[in-house]
Design a protein around this ligand. Sequence first.
Ligand code: IMP
Ligand code: MG
Length: 337
Amino acid sequence: MPLTVVVGGFFGDEGKGKVISYLSLVDKPDICVRTGSINAGHTVNLGGRTWRVRIIPSCFPNTQTRLMIAPGALLSIPVLMREVEETGARGRVWVDYSTGVIEDRHVEAERSDEYLMKTIGSTGQGVGMATVDRVLRRLRLARDFKELSGMLTDVPREVDESLGRGGLVVVEGTQGTFLSLYHGTYPYVTSRDTTASGVLSEVGVSPRSVSDIILVFKAFVSRVGAGELPGELKPEEAEARGWVERGTVTGRLRRVAPFNVELAKRAVMLNKPTQIAVTKLDALFPGARGKRSWGELPAEARRWVNWVSEELGVPVTLIGTGEDAMDMVDLRRGEAA
Ligand code: IMP
Ligand code: MG
């Protein structure tokens, strides 16, 4: 009954989409469940094509995997329908009866809220406002919309039955540990708990069912929106290092800082991962670019990865070396680190 949870270790945009799309192709999960909402964009690159998904699980490259949306997630019907078409996933996307639905008025209310938009730097997708309605018990759920009637299922039961049959289930977390409503840099956070425990609660699966927690770090730290970012670099410095990135949902320039081991240690404490994934190793060591085995990595890149494992006390098992989902050094099956 393997259940793998993938969560972000910094402020989102660590490359969870890449890691999850890789897992979908190599581990062939039976089910992949998306949590969170459309404020989080996950980028998947494969064979020269790029997709940016905000609600469809990043496992869509594996056409055998059933793609599900958690009861604790919030979807937008137009975004869902568009992504089903873009990813060619029609017929294998399932929505829980109780998944929340964001409506136009949530988006309008959020975009006209100066505190959220200016002070916090919200992505303006209506997620916080829809969450308020859910807490006040007046949000409409997936079961209330006839457009969704052909896609509805009981996600916790599907997950439980798959695990009972020995299937692999991947739970896709969104954003990052320090954007958590409870454990992040409040009030500069998102409207939910983004840690492994929060993500499990959104799906409706017990912590006892979990076999692996993969915590994803990028080789440097990035943040969009307001809030502290220790060691933040000036834009010119970010450019000189080749660390310029833009937000998937909003197109905003991301603020960046060097890899922060103290922050990473706290993320490890909060999520207790069994494994760590590090993405964009090639941003620190250009010689690592596109490499797919440990032995091919430059010696200094290997030393840095070993240092991360030792500092955090958790093995780094997945190492991203380029955009493509398959640009990955996978140490899970024993290749020496
Ligand atoms: P909101 O969740 O859209 O209201 O945004 C609240 C804060 O979380 C803002 O600083 C956003 O930039 C940040 N945020 C929300 N979702 C993401 C994400 O997926 N990646 C990075 N930052 C995010
Ligand atoms: Mg993102």
